[in-house]
Each structure stands twice: as structure tokens, then as C-alpha cells.
Design a protein around this ligand. Structure first.
Ligand code: G2I
Length: 497
């Protein structure tokens, strides 16, 4: 990422290490084995694989020393990206002296846990040793080709895909000026791809960048580059969308953008997903993060050439965000104690799984186990189980729709404006004609059309007085992509937000 980000670095690593050590004991019961979400078969990797996809994480060498991190990594994820260990400053710190020890450790871990590996990264302006940037330009091409050939050959057959060139563009879509463009102009990209292909013809070869997730100047530039490489017959298999998002700001054109790339005949992948927010995290931002994560996963699942999603780091203590963006953090699916957050549950739901209550903070409410959560009856008052009081609650609802030609996603935030907590909720509303719900996150939504009801999951059953919760759904439409209307919470009409 940009050099100016580094200026915001603060000495957060020691703190992170402490939090991690403290978390060790807490974690084991909650996350090992069948995973924090409950029943066997509900891990991210199992659910993703059932959909022909994968769910990955970045891991660093030091992560491997933590039984807490490795327990989650080995059970929840089936793809590993080395956080730093395959970068040039580690693998060839001085000319011709190669060091694959750290990367090999990551690959061993991956093999031991039946995970694949995204090799990251061969040619990048950052974490590039000085000896390369100070070479006479006439020597850079040979150095680059030797580096690519040696590293790809070392890992031949062990790496699913390579980020061959990382972050080649400036924000305005011009090519970044670095040692490689200085020496070879834009031709370095095709040369690096051809060189990698010659060393391992079976590895998938990617270009990877950030801020190319939505439509815009930078993604246009990547699109033009990939299109031109394909026309020239250069071996290029995929484009990595890093996806370092800010909560509530995931681009609504993500899916459309992925589709234009896959239409060129390349795969796409979400390669470094995180979703940052100011810390300490607010309940509203954590709920929005869940919506964001589900939106990203649903978008990938909806595009046949989107091969999978990887998060950048296992949990919040492992994230690069606090070091690079002062005052921000909480960007992953696992909190500082490695407990799964709402985002985790939202992803499980998006992947077709179901969630049990993972959160001790919610379980203190009288709300329910999954089997007693609000269910089929259409009348909130007559259906009241002990966990769903028959009383309604004053409420306010806001909606946010992102639509494309025949589909839409809608995020709904419901705020309890009453004076007491809601424990168990059903939000009834009317869908515009022609809309049909295909999937939902953070709630169950049924039926698919007309008068529908969203019911809480067990982990978000409680809405404190003044608090809010968010859920979302994806729907097909036939031309009317308007938001739902006529919301009632447990039978009481809600104000529009
Ligand atoms: O910046 C986030 C990612 C953006 N896309 C490319 C990724 O490769 C990049 O990863 C991060 C690593 O997660 C950080 O760990 O890349 C950073 C450097 O650009 C990595 O930070 C570096 C620190 O800057 C160094 O001070 C430190 O020595 O990590 C090094 C190893 O801990």
C-alpha cells in the first residue's frame, strides 16, 4: 500500500502479541474441531468447498507459533497466503542468495492441513530489497527473470496461484513508477507472467491490486491491461481484488466489475479481505461489517469465475490495519480474543450454513437456542415463545438497495427506539412486485415474495433499547428494484429512517 500509510504506523505489534497470548486459553473450547459456529460441517472451508469455492487467510511465520491462530487457520480455512514470507526481501535479500525457509514453513503448514497456497508475491515495488532498486536499469530485467524463475521453480507443484505482479497501478490508473517500469516500461508485466509460466505451467498466474474492486479509473486500467495481455496471448489466469474495505463502503459495483473481468476469460478472487472501522468498534459498525462481509461473499458466489475469498490475517490481533491506519482496526471476522464476530456468522449464512450462538455477550439475554428461535407462525403475538415477548417495540428502519439488471441486494437496519430491550424479533415487510428473495444473511427471510418476515438468528436475537441490528438479502427483480416497505417489528409499525 502507499508509502504515506506507513507514516501512520504505531507500535501495535507488542500489544497484539499480548492480546494473542491472553486469548490462548479462551479460544480452545470455542473454536477447535467443529468450529465456533456449532455443528460439524459448518466451518468456512467446508461450506465454501460445498459451493466449489474456498475460504482463505493470510498467515505469517510468527502466526505458526500460536496454537490459537493455527487452530483456527487449520480448521476454518483451506487456502493460505503467506503474509510476507514469499516477498522479494525475504526470498532474495541479496543478489542470487535465496531464502525459502520462511515460505517453506507456511507451505508445510498448508500441506499438513490440506490447504492450498496462494503465492504472494513475485514482482512488487514494496518489500523490494535495495539491491534491486539500485541496479543499473540494464540489469533489472535479468534480475527479475532470475528471481521469478528461481522462486516459481522452488515452489513448482506446491502453489495453486501466484500473484505474479502486485499493485502495478496508481490510483488514477497510470502505471506505478518503480524499478521495473523504469527498466522495462509496461512490458515488465508480460515478461514476468511469461517467465512464471515457463517455470510452472500449472500455477494460476494473477495480477493483484487494491482499489480495483469497484468500477473506476484504476479498475478500468486493470481491465485494459488484462484485455491487452489476453489479446497478445500472454499467460494470465486471474485478477486478485485485494478488498481492503472501510465499513459501509464496499463498492456496489463489485459484482458487475468482477463480471467484466471474467468475461475476458480470467478468474477473479477476493485476495486480502478486511473491513476496517474506528476502534473501539461500535455495535452498529460490527453489524455493518457483517453486512459487508456477506455482501462480498455473496457477490463472489454469484460470479462463476470468482474462485474464492481470502481474508488478510486470521483475527483482529493479526491484522495490518492498526499499524497502518491510526485509530482503525477490528477489520477481520475474529475479535481480539479470537471469538467469531457477527461477520463470521454472516459469512457462514452466506455460504449456506447455519449459525448457533457464538457470542457470550448475547447469551446472557433470555433469548433462545436455535430450536426455540422465532419460527413459522405469521402472527407475532400468537407465536410468542418465552424468547419472543408478545409485545412489539417502537422502531425505526433504514434500507439500502444496490441493484443491477436483474438482481439486487438490500441491507436493512432496524433500530429499537423503545425503552426496553427486544429479545427475539420478527420484522415483517412488503417486497415490491417482481422481487424474489434468493438468500439472506443475519436473519432468515421467508417467504420469498410479497409479504415476508425476517426473523432473528440466535446470536442477534437481542436488540437493546436504543440499539440496532442489520440484516440483508439478495433478490431477483423484474424491473422494480425499489426498497421493501411497510415494516413492522413484532407487530408494531416502524418509522422510516
Ligand atoms: O498492506 C497490506 C497488504 C496490501 N497488499 C499486499 C500485501 O502484501 C500487504 O501485506 C502487508 C503485510 O500484511 C504487512 O505485514 O504488507 C506490509 C508491507 O507492505 C507488511 O508490513 C511489513 C512492515 O511494513 C514491516 O515493517 C515489517 O518488517 O511487515 C514486515 C514484517 O512484519
Amino acid at each position: 500500500m502507499a508509502a504515506q500509510l506507513r507514516a501512520a504506523r504505531r507500535p501495535g505489534r507488542a500489544l497484539a502479541a499480548l492480546a494473542l497470548a491472553a486469548a490462548g486459553g479462551l479460544l480452545a473450547a470455542a473454536t477447535v474441531g467443529s468450529g465456533p459456529a456449532g455443528a460439524a460441517g459448518t466451518t468456512l472451508r467446508d461450506l465454501a468447498e460445498a459451493k466449489g469455492s474456498y475460504f482463505g487467510t493470510a498467515l505469517t511465520q510468527s502466526n505458526l507459533n500460536s496454537s490459537t491462530i493455527t487452530a483456527i487457520a487449520g480448521t476454518q480455512f483451506d487456502m493460505v497466503t503467506p503474509g510476507n514470507e514469499m516477498k522479494w526481501d525475504t526470498t532474495e535479500p541479496s543478489a542470487g542468495n535465496f531464502n525459502f525457509g520462511p515460505g517453506d514453513q507456511i507451505v508445510s503448514f498448508a500441506k499438513a492441513h490440506s490447504m492450498r497456497v496462494r503465492g504472494h508475491t513475485l514482482v512488487w515495488h514494496s518489500q523490494l530489497p535495495n539491491w534491486v532498486s539500485s541496479l543499473p536499469t540494464a540489469q533489472v530485467q535479468a534480475a527479475m527473470e532470475k528471481h521469478v524463475t528461481t522462486e516459481v521453480t522452488h515452489y513448482k507443484g506446491q502453489v495453486y496461484s501466484w500473484d505474479v505482479v502486485n499493485e502495478p497501478f496508481n490510483e488514477d490508473g497510470t502505471l506505478r513508477t518503480d524499478a521495473f517500469t523504469n527498466a522495462m516500461g509496461s512490458g515488465y508485466i508480460a515478461d514476468a507472467l511469461r517467465t512464471a509460466h515457463a517455470a510452472d505451467p500449472n500455477a494460476k498466474l494473477y495480477l493483484n491490486d487494491y482499489n480495483i474492486e469497484g468500477l473506476g479509473a484504476k479498475s478500468d486500467a486493470m481491465y485494459a491491461l488484462v484485455s491487452s495481455l489476453k489479446q497478445q496471448g500472454v499467460p494470465i489466469d486471474g485478477v486478485g481484488f485485494e478488498s481492503h474495505f472501510i465499513v459501509g463502503q464496499v463498492p456496489s459495483s463489485l459484482k458487475a466489475n468482477m463480471q467484466r473481468f471474467t468475461a475476458l476469460g480470467v478468474d477473479v478472487a477476493i485476495t486480502e479481505l478486511d473491513d476496517r472501522m474506528p476502534v473501539p468498534a461500535s455495535a452498529a459498525n460490527l453489524a455493518q461489517q457483517a453486512t459487508d462481509y456477506a455482501y462480498v461473499v455473496n457477490s463472489c458466489l454469484a460470479v462463476s469465475g470468482c474462485v474464492g475469498v481470502s481474508q488478510w490475517g486470521v483475527g483482529d490481533p493479526d491484522s495490518w490495519i492498526p499499524d497502518f491506519f491510526s485509530g482503525y482496526g477490528a477489520a477481520t471476522m475474529y475479535d481480539n480474543n479470537y471469538q467469531p464476530k457477527a461477520a463470521y456468522n454472516a459469512v457462514v449464512t452466506a455460504l449456506g450454513g447455519s449459525t448457533a450462538s457464538p457470542s457470550p455477550s448475547v447469551s446472557s439475554s433470555p433469548s433462545a437456542s436455535p430450536s426455540s428461535s422465532p419460527s413459522s407462525s405469521s402472527s407475532p403475538s400468537s407465536s410468542a415463545s418465552p424468547s419472543v415477548p408478545p409485545t412489539g417495540a417502537a422502531c425505526k428502519v433504514t434500507t439500502q438497495v444496490s441493484s443491477w439488471n436483474t438482481g439486487l441486494t438490500e441491507n436493512v437496519t432496524v433500530t429499537n427506539t423503545g425503552g426496553s430491550a427486544v429479545n427475539g424479533w420478527k420484522l415483517a415487510f412488503t417486497l415490491p412486485g417482481g422481487q424474489s428473495v434468493t438468500n439472506a444473511w443475519n436473519a432468515t427471510v421467508s417467504p420469498a415474495t410479497g409479504q415476508v418476515t425476517a426473523s432473528n438468528l440466535s446470536y442477534n436475537a437481542a436488540i437493546p433499547a436504543g440499539g440496532s441490528t442489520s440484516f440483508g438479502f439478495q433478490a431477483n427483480h423484474t424491473g422494480n428494484a425499489a426498497a421493501a416497505s411497510g415494516f413492522t417489528l413484532n407487530g408494531v409499525a416502524c418509522a422510516a429512517g
